[in-house]
Design a binder for this molecule. Structure first.
Ligand code: SAM
Length: 274
């Protein structure tokens, strides 16, 4: 039997307009036009809820409507004015654009944050990414930034979309916990000019070891583009330039791996802290 709430609808038609609108969120254009993005899976939705974010649209397999997690998510969605769709496997697969989809998919409003909103005093470390291209790298970095307690991830210049399904998936729910700021090169230069601590750039040609910088907090760790590294304009704002030593044949580390190594080297969280 269907839930009687007016904002809970059972949908079985693949051509339903809301199903089409949700499907469009796989494309950057669709996300820009609606301001929404998709997160897959009950786990992500619960992480979001714990971070104070309820879905604008919650979709779940109708056979799972009695599951505790679905009951909790549906109550939160309705309480915040959102709508719920009870669907079958085919509709879920159509929205998720894949076979064997997760039984919960949710759409959230993306909050675009300018660099002027950054408060450097909020955390010991922040991460800035110069023209990051790969959404998997970006999501993984958001997850690592969350793990070290970073104050935010700052995207500079033309970047991949932090709200893409791939980036959100790779963040494993951390996209709801870590603020992502987006700005231009000149926005970054303005931030750098008011930064009270160290701006630590990472570069293959740097001579300083990443664990021997004595960089004062708050640290703004700057990582370069996957192909081109850090631009000369951004490098010139750095108070420190560091390298991660490498032996063997690899000419560089993957961006997300290098970010994790540098973040832990510069700002490992205190194990004793709660
Ligand atoms: N060809 C690029 C270059 O010349 O910088 C390689 C870019 S690398 C794949 C992407 C980013 O990861 C770099 O810009 C840098 O921020 C960081 N990175 C990777 N390996 C590093 C290393 N061994 N030392 C310092 N930074 C590194």
């Amino acid at each position: 039997m269907s839930d009687p709430h007016p904002r809970v609808r059972e949908v079985t038609s693949l051509s339903n307009p809301t199903v089409k609108a949700l499907r469009a969120l796989h494309d950057r254009k669709g996300r820009r036009e609606s301001g929404l993005f998709l997160a897959e899976g009950a786990r992500n939705a619960i992480e979001a809820l714990d971070a104070g974010r309820a879905p604008e649209i919650l979709v779940y397999h109708r056979e799972g409507r009695g599951r505790d997690v679905v009951v909790r998510l549906r109550a939160a969605t309705l309480a915040s004015g959102g709508e719920c769709l009870e669907v079958d496997e085919d509709v879920l697969a159509k929205i998720a654009r894949k076979d064997n989809p997760q039984s919960v998919v949710a759409a959230y409003r993306w909050t675009r944050r300018p660099l002027s909103e950054i408060d450097p005093g909020r955390a010991r470390v922040f991460v800035a990414l110069d023209r990051v291209r790969d959404p998997g790298n970006l999501g993984t970095i958001v997850r690592t930034a969350d793990a070290v307690g970073a104050g935010g991830v700052i995207l500079v210049g033309e970047t991949c979309d932090p709200a893409s399904v791939e980036a959100v998936r790779a963040s494993m729910g951390s996209i709801f916990a870590v603020p992502v700021f987006e700005g231009t090169l000149s926005d970054f230069q303005a931030l750098a000019s008011r930064w009270p601590g160290a701006i630590v750039g990472t570069a293959l040609h740097a001579t300083d070891h990443y664990r021997r910088t004595n960089a004062p907090s708050p640290i703004l760790l700057v990582m370069g583009n996957e192909q081109a590294g850090i631009s000369p304009e951004i490098a010139s704002t750095c108070t420190h330039l560091v390298r991660i030593p490498m032996k063997g044949r690899a000419d560089s580390l993957n961006l997300a791996i290098a970010t994790a190594v540098a973040l832990y080297g510069l700002a490992e969280p205190d194990d004793a802290a709660p």
